[in-house]
Design a protein around this ligand. Structure first.
Ligand code: FAD
Length: 565
């Protein structure tokens, strides 16, 4: 039982047989240090977090090559895309979680500490952790773990934009516990509204569900809730069904802005038909226990009474990452930056991936001469259409964010791009002045955004980094890797390249919208079945796959469970 910090405060020698041989864990240096003197001389690899990035890394890592330790306050992996389904009982919480010890069991030798990392010390190469279950003899449950390599996959926290009252009165939808709380809260609102001696106004207030944020999570929750009310609760609370109101408040002009315009339009029209109120151009400025205060240029401030509010307006940086950023000279940034190899700048052996980090935006313009050189294009005079296509192909390969930008703007070719860059067009001769071309690139540079904070990016990064770690030794023995794009020397590994596989937006009523690679848009009932198949296939284990499919079947046959436990 090594999970308890008291266990390693004494002299212990544990011998574990791993796939890579025998690993001995010996005497801790001080009462609070977790240290291992490996007879094998393996390097110490510490992984922080067991979310999408951390789990994907661990699943793909050859753990026999390192002395691996994992630190996370939750001892399971959660399939977050199904969290909205938990809020209304479509899927049960235990169906979407897999114990991390199950996932790493076959790897042998991987040690897991259920604890929270509260400080990273890049100078001493230590992480400071606090157990969230047990306490040591000083009563604080703190210990440190040394590393040679550190993989930071801590995810993000909900972003409240410091809006007063949000933390106290709103629900978030980030963790499994959040989804469970929302499920109880929805049922409490219905039970409260059914109590005797309430005025209609009070009943309406209890049954007003407000979702702040019209992104994919907020929209999916609104759709789930609407289905729950229509398909299940209307039968159980027939006198209340007409008093229910669901509102989505969005600061921008539309909901689902990260999707193609056709999907946004379909979603807004569907919500209107379903009676889900979408309030765009409204910014929430305050939340109290009774009302949400929002403002808009036309109406000014208005107070809206509510029964339950869910805050879903994006993500912010965790305090431990902010503290680490200060130590590595990134104190003026909002998100921890890495290079394209996922290495944190100014710190030795530290990697960061998933929602807690971003790949530092290298400007296309900084690379343009090098790209011309690689594409064998003369940098003076004019470019032919073929040369433009070659260069654009190369840019898209190097800068996935440029490709995403072109797709999001539905620009299939460079002519569109040039048109977007303030009317610069290809000349009739199909040749383009090099300066015009650079102008268009500068325009793209100013528009492209970072990689999205999604499970897809996190999982691909985890897989990529694991492959790098698996090859690290071979690469050290054979240092000649692919040519550097810039500067001197050679890199050991290819940089990380994100491959966008498309995204879904479930809209309720067994209808889903999908934006798939190649700008393929699909909306409707058939896409819902595509969603079912993909989400079932993406489950982390056969156990969760069967549980999730079982839950969907149960819901089809018996409806959702409305008990308030
Ligand atoms: P996480 O998965 O959040 O993992 C972070 C890990 O770090 C957790 O294990 C956590 O316990 C641990 N941790 C936190 N603090 C500490 C600490 N101090 N010390 C040690 N460990 C710590 N993306 C998609 O691509 N498709 C979707 O359909 C989709 N739907 C979503 C629906 C919802 C409701 C939500 C909330 C997100 C959704 N996402 C989706 C986004 C996706 O979940 C995230 O992008 C993804 O989880 C990021 O992975 P991560 O590993 O960086 O962080």
């Amino acid at each position: 039982a090594l999970h308890h910090s008291r266990a390693f405060s004494k002299l212990i020698v544990v011998v574990a047989v791993s796939s890579g041989g025998i690993v001995a864990y010996a005497d801790a240096k001080s009462d609070h240090d977790v240290e291992s003197s490996q007879v094998s001389g393996k390097k110490k690899l510490v992984v922080l977090g067991t979310g999408w990035a951390g789990t994907s890394f661990l699943k793909n890592l050859d753990a026999s090559l390192y002395d691996v330790q994992v630190v996370s306050p939750r001892n399971y992996f959660a399939f977050t895309p199904l969290l909205p389904s938990i809020t209304c009982g479509t899927v049960e919480p235990r169906s979407i979680v897999e114990p991390i010890r199950n996932i790493v069991r076959k790897k042998g030798g991987v040690r897991f500490w259920e604890a929270e990392c509260f400080k990273i010390d890049p100078v001493k190469k230590k992480v400071h952790c606090r157990s969230n279950i047990g306490t040591d003899k000083d009563g604080n449950g703190e210990f440190t773990v040394d590393y040679d390599y550190l993989v930071i996959a801590l995810g993000a926290k909900p972003n409240t934009f410091n809006t007063p009252g949000v933390v106290e009165h709103c629900h978030f939808l980030k963790e499994v516990e959040d989804a469970q709380k929302i499920r109880r809260s929805v049922m409490n609102c219905f039970e409260n509204a059914s109590l005797p001696n309430l005025s209609e106004e009070e009943r309406r207030k209890n049954l007003h569900f407000v979702i702040v944020g019209g992104g994919p999570t907020g929209v999916e929750f609104a759709a789930e809730l609407h289905d729950f009310v229509i398909e299940d609760l209307a039968k159980l609370y027939p006198t209340l069904k007409d008093l229910v109101r669901i509102s989505v408040i969005e600061a921008g002009e539309h909901i689902l802005t990260m999707f193609d315009k056709r999907i946004t339009k379909f979603a807004e029209e569907k919500f209107q038909r379903d009676g889900i109120e979408v309030k765009t151009n409204f910014r929430v400025v305050k939340v109290t226990d009774k009302a949400i205060t929002m403002t808009n240029n036309a109406t000014g401030e208005i107070n809206v009474p509510y029964g339950m509010a869910v805050w879903s307006t994006g993500i912010g940086t965790r305090p431990v990452i902010l503290d680490f950023m200060k130590q590595v000279g990134q104190g003026n940034r909002r998100v921890l930056a890495t290079d394209e190899w996922l290495r944190v700048c100014n710190s030795d052996g530290v990697y960061a991936l998933g929602d807690c980090a971003t790949i530092s935006q290298r400007k296309v313009m900084e690379d343009v001469s090098e790209i011309f050189r690689v594409a064998d294009v003369d940098c003076s005079g004019t470019l032919t259409l073929k040369e433009i296509k070659d260069v654009l192909g190369d840019i898209c390969e190097r800068y996935p964010q440029v490709e995403l930008y072109l797709k999001s703007k539905q620009m299939k070719n460079f002519v569109d791009l040039l048109r977007d860059a303030e009317g610069s067009l290809l000349k009739e001769s199909k040749e383009l002045d090099i300066e015009e071309f650079k102008k268009a690139l500068a325009h793209v540079d100013s528009q492209v955004k970072m990689l999205p904070a999604t499970a897809q990016v996190a999982a691909q990064q985890g897989n990529y980094l694991a492959q790098c770690f698996n090859k690290m030794k071979i690469c050290e023995e054979h240092p000649e890797g692919p040519l550097r794009i810039r500067g001197q020397g050679r890199h050991r590994f290819h940089p990380f390249r994100y491959k966008h596989l498309g995204q879904f937006a479930p809209l309720g009523g067994e209808q889903t919208a999908a934006q798939l690679p190649g700008d393929w848009i699909s909306i409707g009932h058939s896409t819902q079945w595509l969603w079912y198949s993909i989400y079932a296939s993406k489950q982390v284990s056969w156990r969760t796959r069967l549980l999730v499919i079982g839950d969907w079947t149960r819901r089809f046959i018996f409806g959702r469970d409305s008990s308030c436990i």
